[in-house]
Structures are given as structure tokens and as C-alpha cells.
Design a protein around this ligand. Sequence first.
Ligand code: ADP
Ligand code: ADP
Ligand code: MG
Length: 458
Amino acid sequence: MRIQKVLIANRGEIAVRIIRACQELDISTVAIYSEADTTSKHVMMADEAYYVGKASALDSYMNITNVLAVAAEAQVDAIHPGYGFLAENEDFARACEDNGYTFIGPCPSIMSRMSSKIDARETAVQLGVPVAEGNTKPVRSKREAIHTAKRVGYPVLIKPSGGGGGRGLRVARNERELNEFWVMSEREANMSFVDAGVFLEKYMEKARHIEVQILADNYGNVIHLGERDCTIQRRHQKLIEESPSPVLSEELRRQILNAALKLARGIKYNSAGTVEFILDQDQNFYFIEMNTRIQVEHTVSEMVTGVDIVKEQIMVAAGEKLNFSQDDIANKGCSIECRINAEDPEQNFMPSPGLITFYERPAGHSIRVDDYVYSGYELPYFYDSLLSKVIVWGNTREEAMARMKRALNEFNIEGIKTTIPFHQQVLKHPLFIDGDIYTTFAQELVSDLVPLKNAAVK
Ligand code: ADP
Ligand code: ADP
Ligand code: MG
């Protein structure tokens, strides 16, 4: 089956990214836009653009009825959900298929199994993939939560089963904190997530986040594109990602990649997806979740493998076989990505939307910028603060770091505050340079910060 026209059910840099992939595949593109996005770049770049609702995401990018109404009007034959919004919404994936549109993602039943973190954990256990100690069923009462915490030992992490982007995660270091946080987490999960369950997991101190990019088709071909290290985070949200991880031995890398393949094969996965793990200080790794969609940081894997993951994802959804095998993938060099968010690192990362008076991107050898803004663009405050991703490639990690410093110094954004000064701090920090970091490193760095204003690195 040939896909000829795709609706991109998203906005921002990922909508632009998907439009570009479609253009190279000679597929027509249909953008949707909310009231707040009339001047967004994805709207200008798509072949057609349709209004989808008011500014609030629930009224527009997450409104299944409205999105499908555009699909019908524009007569598309496939829908790409991007990340966030409806990307892991099983009802949406099913509704697409029921209405005759190819959903560019895995089968809805596979998605539903993995989009609930608690079900995904259970699946991993069944398939012999290690998980951290914790619950295998949603926790129904505070008493049960305290019981679990006693069994696995503090600290524990309270997790909403339907969470994402770091939302709703809370570390409880003792029973008092668990009592306090439990109420908040339960209430929040009921309000914010489709899957309302909450569960506990042993919290690993000074851990690293390692994840594996998977590509799989409908014919049982499952390959990996290597791992990504996403240990630089703030509030459990990734800020810097790199591939390969600077800390894995060849043996440990092989074990993690194999565990990810085992999981993807075991569930008959059939799209691009990511299997996420936590690596503890003793080099034990534990499955934490699978993202059944394209991820923000897919770009670093593209840089080291040369594979266009979004194009492959579209072709697989169209029923094509992967036209390469694991042996054809040769990861080369090192790639790093910095997420440029409209946030003020000097004010506790407070959102900083508004008018971008001047915008000039870095350029030059092996630098890629995925963004959606321009000089004179008014950044709306309704959505994610990610405005741009700087991705570099280097023969070695040293070269990639030097190139990233150059790219960040060249980046010129005026009118709003961004995370660029924060990234500059991280890049010159000896522990980051040595790769000797853990998931709370960035947060600690921010708290004892030398003034960010003087952070520009030469
Ligand atoms: P991860 O979810 O592992 O952090 P990414 O780094 O690719 O994956 O982030 C995707 C983005 O999608 C997040 O920054 C967030 O904005 C959004 N997102 C993902 N899942 C959810 C969810 N359940 N609720 C709200 N936003 C989400
Ligand atoms: P999300 O869907 O929000 O991305 P994840 O389960 O992927 O949720 O966890 C997000 C982040 O929280 C991880 O990248 C890691 O930093 C931290 N985290 C998750 N589980 C654990 C754990 N068991 N121990 C320590 N840190 C964890
Ligand atoms: Mg995650």
C-alpha cells in the first residue's frame, strides 16, 4: 500500500521533522493548528493546513473528534501522531484504523500493553527482562504503598502508570514522605492521566538513564540502532542526550541491547520505539518503560547510524519491510543533543514564552538544528517549552563536545530566555566531560551554580 497523504497530528519541531520526512518520500502533508499556532512553522511548511480548535491542547491537538474531522476533510490516508498529545493514546490509534487511516505507529493492542507502565513492567517480567523491585499491580491504598516500601526499602519512586515526560514522579525517602506524596500522586494521576493507576518502584540513587532505539516491521524483523544515554535530566525530564553512552563496557552494552530486542520481539513490536532502562551504580540495569512512538532524542541515533528513523517508521506503517538488517547498521562516532527550551535557568527554569525578536541558528560541519521558530515568532505559552534541538556529530566524544560548545556559542536567540546558558555550564563541567554523571547531576549543578551569565564557554 502506498501512503500518499499524511496528516501530522502535532505541532512544534516534531511536526516540522515529520513534514521533512514526508517531503523526501514524496508524500503530501496536512498540518493542523490551534488558535495559538496560526503563525507556527509547521503550518507554513505543510502542503495544506487546517484549523483544529482553540489554544488549549485538549480542545485542539488532543481532540480526537476534531483531528479526525480534518483527516476526513483533507482525505488523508495516514496519520502521524509525533510525540506527546495523542501519540500513545490507544483510543486514537484505534479510531484512526476504524476510520480507514493508517496510524503511523505500532498496533493499538501493542501500544496499549506498553503505554501503561505497570502492564509494561509485567510484560518485561514475563519475558525475562529485569525490572526494579516494586509492584506488579496498581497500588490501591496508602497502606499497601507503605507495605511495598517496607518490602523493597526506601527510597522508593511513586510512578503514575500513565505518566510521561517526567510528570508525576516523586521520590519518597521515608514513610513520612510517602504519606505526604502518596495523596498528591494519586489525586494527580486521577486528574491528569488516562490510565489512573499509581505504583511504587525501588528508587536507584545516582543512576543513569540508558535507552535503546528499536525499529521493527510487520514481518518480524526487529533491529536496534544502538543506545542513547539520557542521564542529564531535570525533574526526570531529559535535557541532554548522547549516543553511544560513554560508560558502557562492550559486554554491558550487548546485554542491554539484547534485553531491548528480547522485549520488542516478545511483544511483536512493529514500528519505531524506545526501550528505557535505569543503570544503577553497580552496573545492574532495569527496564523502566517503553515509548511506543518517536522520541525527542531520536536524532542522535540518526546521526551515528545514518538511518532516517521517521522515514523508516512511515514506510513500515505502509507495510514495507525494513530494507536493512542488523548487520547493515554500523554506528559511527558520537552524537550529542541539547534541548533548547524557552525557560529561564536562572529563575528555576521558569517558562519564558513570548516574542522572539531575533533568532539565528548555528551552522557548519556536522551540526543539525531541528526547530520551528524564527525571528519575529511569538512563542505561545500553552504548550511544551521545547523550541529547538541542537544536534552535533563528532568522530569522538571530545570532538562532539567541542562542536556542541561552538554551536551553543553561535546560537543567538533574543527576546526570550532559553536553556542555552545551562547547557554551556554542563558542557564545561569536569564530571560531564569525564562522563561521570547520574540523573540528579544537573539538578545539583543548578543549585550550586556559578552565575550563568558568565557561562559562555570558549
Ligand atoms: P519521555 O516521555 O521518555 O520523556 P521524550 O523525551 O521523547 O520521552 O518526551 C516526549 C514529550 O512528550 C515529553 O517531553 C512530554 O512533553 C510529552 N509527553 C509524553 N508522554 C506524556 C504524557 N503521558 N502526558 C503528557 N505529556 C507527555
Ligand atoms: P516518563 O514516562 O515520565 O519518562 P520514566 O519511567 O521513563 O517516566 O522515568 C523518567 C525518569 O525518572 C528516568 O529517566 C529516571 O531519571 C527516573 N527514574 C525512573 N525510574 C527510576 C528508578 N527506578 N530509579 C531511579 N530513577 C528512576
Ligand atoms: Mg521515560
